[in-house]
Each structure stands twice: as structure tokens, then as C-alpha cells.
Ligand binder design. Structure first.
Ligand SMILES: Nc1ncnc2c1ncn2[C@@H]1O[C@H](COP(=O)(O)OP(=O)(O)OP(=O)(O)O)[C@@H](O)[C@H]1O
Ligand SMILES: [Mg+2]
Length: 456
């Protein structure tokens, strides 16, 4: 029996909720719930999980983008579609950057809605096919050890699955720490070569003299110290995959030897005459701009084209910020279990800082920072004091306001306090929620309860 996809539809216009529910809810593949405001949507999600949230963009109090960011930080696994009647691209771009999966124009065309849902479901199925066993029961998306459910990552997963079926040479580019090595091993793991060796070598770490003998092997007596015949990596990886990391750093001589292998499919050991057939899939990675290096004649252009049969670009973390909460959770679990620590989560303030930082070192930097914080943290929650100064000072949203919440326990005091904070933060709801140290959804709920609205 297939489980129905749970959809939460959010719109302040009841008519839209009714129409949506009637039409999409009639399909047994879907279970539709509706909410008339952002606060109601967040309330509903607490009790009734959803796979997909479809939300209007312009709603009073909490708009679609605010709801989207709130859902992304609380339930990163949910897919979000934005509805907008305003085709001004700036709002749509903002929503997409905040992690919306796609957007739909209002008044909506049901065929479009169904197509978007179908795309999400097929992406989900593609990921599920590559899910790590330990993630099958979890809510997070893990494709062969790669974490992320931003659209850019789905595109990478799809390319990995496609290219894995072939023996084509793959060039993976991307900044340092973006997961190039994980992508390479995912290609191997999904390919028919998976039971054969996956051998990797960091080309930058080998001297000019060593690299040829490492790659191609040598015959006994080929050079001083070659006391016996040695198989090179091309032979060791036979039938499997050879991953040449930092390929941008190989010397012109090695570039010629590699080109030869790629053109002829054969090689010879150093000092040998026997021609050996190379049965390996080659995957190369670099954080250099190899195309530019080829244009500037720093890297052989012919080799560049041979290596770049299929190219995969690992996106920088700042271009998929919506994955940050997911990665934080993942690294937190990983380092807690490695270090025997019990930490349940990250405070809202700390998560905001983590989501706003630009991550020049990408996932590796995030992993290191969480590991450091886990090791040195004494409490059950990571707060912003456990983050290094470069992250704390990158806070774009802090304000100098400090509050004593000790008196804010009674309803009237609470209402007065919220009103004061809203005024002091110029009715910037995000800032007010941060100052009050409550979730934005809670703030909206309380504003509704105490009838607090921005004066016009
Ligand atoms: N999508 C991801 N999900 C989970 N962990 C990731 C992801 N991307 C990178 N990492 C983690 O970040 C670290 C760096 O990843 P990796 O070595 O694959 O990056 P790289 O692009 O090869 O970096 P470099 O260019 O410096 O060699 C590793 O600890 C890896 O587990
Ligand atoms: Mg690497």
C-alpha cells in the first residue's frame, strides 16, 4: 500500500483553501490540510507532519517567505511551493533563495500544481533509491552520504545516478569543502563497478618524480630504488574507479601521460615495454578553474576536454543556505556520537548566525565548527557563545536591545512586553522574535491573541 503524500495548503483567502482541498484532496494519493495563516500552519505542523507545504506569498502578519524560513529551520525535510499573484521576480527570487522548491502563479492552474507535486515526488523517489540505510527511517535526505535537499543538490543526485550507469570520465569542480570527494565516491557506489576497488590519490601531494610510478607502476630496476616490479594505481583500480583529486596540480609531463591513457586506453609501467589495457573509470576533481587554466595554457586544453566529458559542479554552501539546518543537525549527531556527548539541539540565535554566515570553507568549515562546539560545550544545547567569533560577528540581524524576560510571565505583562519589543524593533517581526527569544510562529500566535497590529 502506498502512503498518501501529506500536503498543507496555506492561504488567507478561504476560497482558495476550499478549491484546493476539493480538487487535490479528491485524489487518493494526497491527504490535504489547509491553514488560513502562517501561525495556523506552524501550529498544524506541530501535530500533523507534512511532506509538502504550498503557501501563498502575500498574507497579513506572517508572509509566505517568513513562513518558509520558519518551516525550513524547524522541518528542513519539508518541500515548499510558493504561490504568488505578483510576478515581480524579486519576491520569487527571494523565495527561491530562502529554499522554496518552486513557485506557482495565481490564479493557479491545477495541471501546473499537479506537475509540480509530481516533480517533487519523482525527486524524492530518486533520492530514496540512493538513500543510505541508516537514513531510511530518518527524516533527512542523505544520498550516499551526501546531505542536502536543496534543488541544486537534487540535480547533483540525479546526475550522479545517470553518470553512474556509464563509464564516462567525470570532472568534479567546486570550492574547497563542497563535497567533491563525497560525490566521487557516490558515483562509484552507484555504479556497476561498486564491488571493484575505488582508489583515490591526491595529485598535489606527489612530487613530479613519484607521480608516474604511482599511477602507472614500474618495472624492477626502472630507477634507483625500484627493487621489484610495482603495480600502479591504474592497475590496482582495474575494473573499478580511480579518483584523481586536485588534478589541476599535475605537471605537464604527467598531463601528457594521462592524455595518452585516455586516448589509447593503454599504458606502460615506468621502465617497461609491455602495453597494459586500462579498465578504469576516471573521476577527477579540482577547486581550480580548469577551463580558465586551459585557456591560459597552464593546463593542456586537449586533456581538459578529455577529462571534462561529464562535468559536475558542487555548489558552494552559501548558494544552498536552506540546507544549513539539515547539515547542522547531521554534524551535531555525528560529533555527539563520536565524542560521547549529549546535545539535543541548537538555540534559535545560534542557528540564525549559522544560516547567515557565508561559509568560505563550505561544509568542511561547518563540520569543523560544530565539532569544536560539541567538544567544548557544557550544556545540552549549543548556543551562540559556543560559536567562533567570525560567525558571531557576522550577525546581520542583531540589535543592541537587551531585555529582562523575568517579569514576562503573566499574560498582561507578556502582552505589554511584546508590544514594547515590537515598537522598539520598529515592527520588524523577525528581530522582535529574536529579542524575545521565541519562535516567530509563537510571536504571530501571541500577536493574534493580544490583538497587536502595526499602527498604520
Ligand atoms: N553534502 C554534504 N553532506 C554531508 N557532508 C558533507 C557534504 N559535503 C561535504 N561534506 C563534508 O565536508 C567535508 C569536506 O568534504 P569533501 O572532502 O568531499 O570536500 P572537497 O570538495 O573534496 O574539498 P577539497 O577541495 O578541500 O578537497 C567532509 O567531512 C565531508 O564529509
Ligand atoms: Mg577533496
Amino acid at each position: 500500500m502506498t502512503v498518501a503524500t501529506r500536503i498543507l495548503f496555506v492561504d488567507d483567502e478561504p476560497a482558495y483553501c476550499r478549491i484546493f482541498s476539493k480538487r487535490i484532496g479528491a485524489d487518493p494519493r494526497f491527504r490535504v490540510e489547509t491553514a488560513g495563516s502562517g501561525a495556523e500552519a506552524l501550529e498544524r505542523l506541530q501535530h500533523s507532519p507534512a511532506d509538502i507545504v504550498i503557501t501563498d506569498l502575500s498574507m497579513p502578519l506572517m508572509d509566505g517567505i517568513e513562513l518558509l524560513s520558519e518551516i525550513k529551520s524547524l522541518y528542513p525535510q519539508i518541500f515548499i511551493l510558493i504561490l504568488t499573484s505578483d510576478d515581480s521576480t524579486s519576491q520569487v527570487v527571494k523565495a527561491m533563495k530562502a529554499g522554496a522548491y518552486d513557485y506557482l502563479l495565481k490564479p493557479f492552474d491545477f495541471e501546473m500544481v499537479e506537475r509540480s507535486i509530481a516533480t517533487i515526488l519523482s525527486h524524492k523517489a530518486a533520492v530514496q533509491a540512493g538513500l543510505c540505510p541508516e537514513c531510511l527511517s530518518g527524516e533527512q535526505y542523505c544520498f550516499e552520504n551526501l546531505i542536502g535537499q536543496d534543488r541544486k543538490m537534487f540535480e547533483i543526485y540525479e546526475m550522479i545516478s545517470q553518470v553512474a550507469q556509464t563509464s564516462a570520465t567525470v570532472l568534479i569542480t567546486g570550492e574547497s569543502g563542497t563535497g567533491k570527494e563525497l560525490i566521487a565516491s557516490a558515483i562509484h557506489a552507484k555504479s556497476t563497478r561498486k564491488d571493484k576497488p575505488f582508489i583515490q590519490i591526491n595529485c598535489a601531494a606527489l612530487t613530479e618524480g613519484l607521480i608516474s610510478s604511482e599511477l602507472f607502476g614500474h618495472e624492477k630496476g626502472a630507477f634507483t630504488g625500484a627493487v621489484a616490479r610495482k603495480k600502479g594505481l591504474f592497475e590496482q583500480a582495474s575494473g573499478g574507479t580511480l579518483f584523481l583529486d586536485e588534478i589541476g596540480d599535475i605537471s605537464p609531463t604527467t598531463q601528457v601521460s594521462l592524455l595518452r591513457i585516455l586516448e589509447l586506453g593503454t599504458f606502460q609501467r615506468v621502465g617497461g615495454t609491455e602495453t597494459i589495457k586500462a579498465d578504469v573509470r576516471l573521476i577527477c576533481a579540482t577547486n581550480r578553474d580548469l577551463a580558465a587554466a586551459a585557456r591560459e595554457k597552464q593546463f593542456r586544453e586537449d586533456l581538459y576536454y578529455r577529462l571534462n566529458v561529464v562535468s559536475l559542479q558542487a555548489p558552494p554552501l552559501r548558494d544552498r543556505r536552506s540546507d544549513i539546518p539539515l547539515l547542522v543537525r547531521y554534524f551535531l549527531e555525528r560529533y555527539c556520537s563520536l565524542n560521547n556527548k549529549q546535545i539535543d539541539g541548537v538555540t534559535r540565535d545560534a542557528m540564525t548566525l549559522l544560516c547567515n554566515y557565508d561559509w568560505p570553507g563550505n561544509c568542511r568549515e561547518l563540520a569543523n565548527i560544530i565539532e569544536h562546539a560539541v567538544i567544548f560545550s557544557r550544556g545540552r544545547t549549543l548556543d551562540k557563545d559556543s560559536l567562533p567569533s567570525q560567525i558571531r560577528t557576522s550577525d546581520r540581524h542583531s540589535s543592541g536591545l537587551t531585555l529582562n524576560l523575568a517579569t514576562a510571565t503573566l499574560a498582561d505583562a507578556e502582552s505589554a512586553l511584546i508590544k514594547k519589543v515590537l515598537e522598539e524593533s520598529n515592527w520588524n517581526l523577525k528581530k522582535a522574535a529574536e529579542l524575545l527569544d521565541i519562535a516567530r510562529g509563537t510571536l504571530y500566535g501571541k500577536m493574534e491573541k493580544y490583538h497587536l497590529t502595526k499602527p498604520v
